[in-house]
Design a protein around this ligand. Structure first.
Ligand code: CP
Ligand code: NVA
Length: 309
C-alpha cells in the first residue's frame, strides 16, 4: 500500500489506470448524488508555499463533498523551515489531521513531509513535479478518447514540473510523450532514460520541431513558459519560447480530432493564442474540473481506504 502520493513514478501502470477508472466512476456517482460522505469528521491540512486557484479550491471542495474539512495554511502562518523544521510540522499535523496536502518550492520539502508524517501526504506541486495535474489530465483524455492506449501527447513548452509528471504517467499507461522545446529547456538525459525504462523505447522523445511532432499527436498540451519561482527569467524565457506556442498554424499540422489541453493558469498570446484557447475552452475547463474529481477519489483512497493498493 502506498501511504502517500508524491510522484507518479511510485505507482504502477495498473495503479494509475485503477485510480483514473475509479475517479471517472466516482464522478458519475457524485453527479447522481450517490457518493458516500466517506471522510466525515476527517481533516486535511493544506500547506501552500506558492499561490493557487485550482489546487486550493479543488482539494477544499473535495473534502466538503466527502463530509470532511480542510484547513488552508499560508506560508506566513506556519513558517515551515523557518519558524520550525519540516519534521516537526509533519509530526504535529499528523497528531491532529488525517491527511496533508503540500505545494512547495523544493521537492525535498514534500518528500520530507511524507517521510515524517504518520498520515498520508499529497504532492500538490513542487518545483520538480505536479502529479495531481497529470492524473486529472489523463483522466480528461480518457473520457474524451475512451482509451489512453497508443495515444500521443505533445507538450509544447518548458520541460517543467507538469511535463515531467505527464511524461512518466504517459509511459506507464502505454502512451507516447513528446516534448517540443527550445535548446536549454529539455528534460535531463537521466530523467528521459528513467521514463523510457517505464515504457517502450520511443515513449519519451524531445524535439525542436513542434510541427512535425504535432502531425503525429492526439493531444497538444501547453503550460506557462514561466513557472512560479522563475519570475526573474520572464523576459529571457518569452524570447526563447517565441516559436513554441500553440497557435492555429501548429494546430493545422495536427490530426483533425486532436484536442488542446492546458493545466492553467494560461497566458494568452504567449504559450497559447487567445483564439485557440477559446476554441478549446470546453476541454480545458473539463481538465480543470477533473482536478476536483480525481483528487476526491485520491483523498478517499488514501484517507478512508488506507492507501493506494
Ligand atoms: N493547475 C494548477 O495547479 O492550478 P493552480 O496553480 O491555480 O492551483
Ligand atoms: N509549471 C507551472 C504550473 C502551474 C500549475 C508552475 O509551476 O508554475
Amino acid at each position: 500500500m502506498q501511504k502517500d502520493f508524491i510522484s507518479i513514478a511510485d505507482l504502477s501502470g495498473d495503479q494509475i489506470r485503477g485510480l483514473i477508472d475509479r475517479a471517472i466512476a466516482d464522478k458519475a456517482r457524485f453527479r447522481s448524488g450517490k457518493l458516500p460522505a466517506s471522510l466525515s469528521g476527517r481533516t486535511l491540512a493544506m500547506i501552500f508555499e506558492k499561490p493557487s486557484l485550482r489546487t486550493r479550491v479543488s482539494f477544499e471542495v473535495a473534502m466538503t463533498h466527502l463530509g470532511g474539512h480542510a484547513i488552508y495554511l499560508a506560508p506566513a502562518d506556519i513558517g515551515m523551515g523557518s519558524r520550525e523544521p519540516v519534521i516537526d510540522v509533519a509530526r504535529v499535523l499528523g497528531r491532529m489531521c488525517d491527511g496533508v496536502m503540500a505545494r512547495t518550492f523544493a521537492h525535498e520539502t514534500v518528500r520530507q513531509l511524507a517521510l515524517y508524517s504518520p498520515v498520508p501526504v499529497i504532492n500538490a506541486l513542487s518545483d520538480l513535479l505536479h502529479p495531481c495535474q497529470a492524473m486529472a489530465d489523463l483522466m480528461t483524455a480518457q473520457e474524451h478518447f475512451e482509451t489512453l492506449d497508443g495515444k500521443t501527447l505533445l507538450f509544447v513548452g518548458d520541460g517543467n514540473n507538469v511535463a515531467r509528471s505527464l511524461a512518466v504517467a504517459c509511459a506507464k499507461v502505454g502512451m507516447k510523450f513528446i516534448l517540443a522545446c527550445p535548446d536549454g529547456y529539455q528534460l535531463s538525459e537521466d530523467f528521459v532514460a528513467s521514463v523510457r525504462n517505464e515504457g517502450a523505447p520511443d515513449c519519451c522523445t524531445i524535439t525542436s520541431d513542434a510541427k512535425s511532432a504535432a502531425a503525429q499527436s492526439n493531444i497538444l498540451y501547453t503550460d506557462t513558459w514561466v513557472s512560479m519561482g522563475q519570475e526573474d527569467e520572464k523576459q529571457q524565457r518569452i524570447r526563447d519560447f517565441e516559436n513554441f506556442k500553440i497557435d492555429s498554424e501548429l494546430l493545422a499540422a495536427a490530426p483533425d480530432d486532436a484536442i488542446v489541453m492546458h493545466c492553467l493558469p494560461a497566458y494568452r498570446d504567449l504559450e497559447i493564442t487567445d483564439d485557440i484557447f477559446e476554441a478549446h475552452a470546453e476541454t480545458i475547463m473539463n481538465e480543470a474540473e477533473n482536478r476536483l474529481h480525481f483528487q476526491r477519489t485520491l483523498l478517499h483512497t488514501l484517507i478512508a481506504g488506507g492507501g493506494i493498493g
